[in-house]
Ligand binder design. Sequence first.
Ligand SMILES: [Zn+2]
Length: 300
Amino acid sequence: MTKSGKLLTRARLMEQYEALFECPLCYGEIKVDEGKSLLCTNGHRFDLAKQGYVNMLTTPSKTKYDKRMFDGRKVMNEADFFEPMLNRLSEIVSQWQAVAHKPKVTLLDAGCGEGSHLSSLQEKVGRQVQEDVLGVGIDISKEGVLMAARNDDANLWCVADLAKCPFADGAFHVILNILSPSNYSEFDRLLSDDGVLIKVIPDRNYLTELRSVFYQEDDRREYSNEQTVELFDRSFELLEQERIRYSVRLNPVQLEHLVHMTPLSWGAADEQVRKVLEHDLQEITCDFTILVGRKKEIIR
Ligand SMILES: [Zn+2]
C-alpha cells in the first residue's frame, strides 16, 4: 500500500472511532477533518503524522526512553518472550467479553511503548471473540508511538500524556497497563462502567538472572510488588490477582536486546551487556502478577 493510501486507511479508522476522542485542551468533541487531522469543536487541531499517529500532547515532553529500549522490546516480543503472559491477558479479555457481549470492543493500552504488546493482543482477542476489536495505544514517548504506527495499521496510536488522556469518559471497555506506570483517576474516567482494568507488574523473580549479574549478593534488593497491589486495590475493585511464571531460552543477540529493554540497564548499557554475555545465561525467568479490576462504587 502507498504511504498516502496507508494514511487514508488510518484516517478512515479514526473517523469510525472518532467518538472515542476528546480534546485534551478544552474537553470538546473531536471530529476527523479532511482525513488529515483531529479537530475539536473549539478549533484545536491535532495533525495525523505521515507515519499514521497523532501527537496529542499539550506540552512537549522529554522522556528517558530511547530507541534501543524500544527496539529491544520489539525483538523480545518477536522472540515470544512475553507470549505466555499475552496469551493469558487475551484469555482474560475474551472471558470478559463472553459476559459483556460488546459489539465493538475497545482496548486502551496505557503506556504502549513501541506497540507490540497491543498489536499482539488485539489480534489474539479479535480471533477469540468474533467481534471487531480496536486497540488504541498511547505513550508519552513519540519514538515509541512512531514505531507502533509504522508497524501496525489495524489500531490507533497517539502520543499523549497519561495524566491528560485525549479520550471521552467511558470510552474503553478494557484498559491495559503493562509494566508501565498507572494513573488511576484517568483509568476510572476512561473505563466504561462494566469494563475491566488489567495491570501487569513484575513479580519477585522477574529477570532474576540479570539481577544476580548486576547486583552483588549483599546489596541485592529483594523486589516486592506489594505496594503496587495495595494501590490498585485502593483505586479499583480487585477481582483477580494471579501470578504467571515461566522461563525463556534466549540466544546472545536476544540477550543483548533484553538488556537494552530493561530498566536495569539504564546507565552503562554496553558494560552491562558485556557482563551478561560473559555469564553465559541459558534461561531467563519471567515472573508477573496480573491484576484485574473494575470500577468501585457502581450500583450494579
Ligand atoms: Zn479543544
